[in-house]
Write a protein that binds this ligand. Structure first.
Ligand SMILES: Cc1cc2nc3c(=O)[nH]c(=O)nc-3n(C[C@H](O)[C@H](O)[C@H](O)COP(=O)(O)OP(=O)(O)OC[C@H]3O[C@@H](n4cnc5c(N)ncnc54)[C@H](O)[C@@H]3O)c2cc1C
Length: 429
């Protein structure tokens, strides 16, 4: 049984809940709140998948006891960038906390164990008789009354000895649904102008600590390219980028640019921020396209580094071999799958970019008999062919017997230059 006195707290905002949590270990405490929920000015409203924060957008924390309360209620550290217009600088947000379920959830755990009576609006207090009167007709006696009401509401209930001359700045919070993505690295803006003190996106409130850099895929000329392949001397570098929290394309700190390093020459790295183009209607993904020029013949490496908006970076590297275009080169000739049963596809790499090639594949039995001829005219966007399919049937559309077969794959360019390679494959039944 808890000790007297009986304590009545008016309101169930953050200060009332924190106060009640401390006192209710020892005393009988009842809270009376006029709204249907708790949280007061830590107010958010859910609309479809979006949550509008119409009260406090975040809270700061330096006090260890308050930090305990935030931990207990699963508050998240806000880790995104905020820009302050009047200071013209990014704001340090390490001590900012939010809750993904709405700011009122910062006191959810604490409020669950308390005796909160919702929808009870106090309309009068008789401090002589120690009775609080409520709109519903309820009358509650108390030993100690604590009011957590904001001053204007408290002023209606209690007589203050001196008339206080307090000015209030009205504040209107507006929730806006914006359909298309706004490309910005900031989650929120402070002191936007004289009228708007804050503008933030819902992304801010879903903030979890992002420690992963962007996902990168890197190719030369087309998406079939694989590292180690061959290229001409002016290949097009293509990078696909994705990050849940957006890509940093403005380099907000030293070394946070999209950076390309060729052949480990870090002193002559190239900044590719301006070559990034976001995909339609999203800030999360995009492409970088950059043409390299006059690379020397031989092996090269490319290393690209990209940052997200939460200061995480990722790097990807590829190697390739530049081959003189006056010479026609064929490499990595293979068929997949191999062995195969009903179908296989032939692949190869070459150094003839954006050219027509005449392709010939001649398939032989092990005794040297020609069983199938495949002839195609192909146009190349890159240096790695698309798969050329074969169904395992001969020139008369008959299935071939199982066994080992050889094939000679040759390409001839428009100038009549030719290259070829012979490989082995296994047909299983
Ligand atoms: C738009 C906005 C933005 C803000 N931004 C920030 C911010 O960025 N960071 C920050 O730290 N703070 C911010 N604040 C301030 C912060 O929200 C408040 O300081 C804090 O929530 C106050 O908590 P409280 O418990 O003292 O009062 P309240 O949350 O106001 O709680 C008082 C409670 O009393 C109830 N009540 C009122 N009258 C009666 C009655 N007659 N009978 C019964 N119950 C009654 C109310 O319904 C309410 O639940 C912001 C506030 C607003 C409105």
């Amino acid at each position: 049984m808890k000790e007297s006195p009986k304590i009545v707290i008016l309101g169930a905002g953050m200060s009332a809940v924190a106060c009640a949590e401390n006192l209710s270990d020892f005393f009988q405490v009842e809270l009376y709140e006029k709204s249907k929920g708790f949280g007061g000015r830590l107010c958010s409203k859910k609309y479809h998948e979006t949550r509008f924060h119409l009260g406090a957008q975040f809270c700061t924390c330096t006090d260890p006891d308050f930090k305990k309360l935030l931990n207990k209620n699963n508050a998240k550290k806000f880790n995104g960038p905020i820009y302050n217009f009047s200071k013209k600088e990014d704001i340090e947000t390490h001590q900012y906390f939010v809750h993904p379920d709405g700011m009122q959830a910062l006191v959810r755990e604490s409020s669950e164990s308390l005796d909160i009576r919702a929808r009870e609006k106090c309309i009068r207090v008789d401090t002589q008789k120690k009775i609080a009167y409520f709109e519903s007709g309820l009358e509650v006696s108390y030993d100690i009354l604590i009011s957590s009401l904001p001053f204007p509401q408290a002023h209606e209930l209690f007589e203050f000895e001196e008339s206080l001359n307090i000015n209030f700045d009205p504040c209107i919070a507006v929730g806006l649904m914006i359909n298309s993505a706004i490309k910005t690295k900031y989650s929120a803006y402070q002191s936007v102008n004289e009228d708007i003190s804050w503008a933030g996106s819902s992304k801010f409130y879903n903030a979890t600590i992002d420690e992963k850099g962007p996902q990168l895929e890197i190719f030369l000329n087309d998406e079939n390219f694989v590292s180690g392949g061959i290229s001409n001397s002016d290949p097009l570098l293509m990078v696909s980028v994705f990050d849940e929290n957006g890509i940093n394309t403005v380099g907000n700190g030293i070394g946070h640019d999209i950076e390309l390093v060729i052949d480990n020459n870090y002193n002559k790295s190239i900044i590719l921020n301006d070559y990034y183009e976001s995909d339609l209607d999203t800030y999360k993904s995009g492409k970088i396209k950059f043409e390299l020029n006059e690379l020397s013949t031989g092996e090269h490496t490319l290393k690209i580094k990209v940052w997200d908006n939460y200061n995480n970076s990722s790097s990807r590297e590829l190697t390739f071999i530049v081959v003189e275009e006056t010479e026609i080169k064929l490499s990595h000739v293979l068929n997949y799958p191999n062995p195969f049963t009903t179908k296989t596809a032939f692949f190869f790499e070459h150094n003839q970019n954006c050219d027509f090639l005449d392709l010939s594949i001649i398939i032989y039995s092990v005794t040297g008999r020609v069983v199938k001829r495949i002839n195609r005219r192909i146009h190349n966007e890159g240096f790695r062919s698309e798969g050329i399919f074969w169904d395992g049937k001969d020139d008369f559309n008959e299935r071939l017997a199982k066994g080992v077969y050889l094939y000679n794959l040759s390409i001839t360019n428009e100038q009549g230059m030719k290259a070829d390679k012979t490989q082995t494959m296994f047909l299983l039944k």
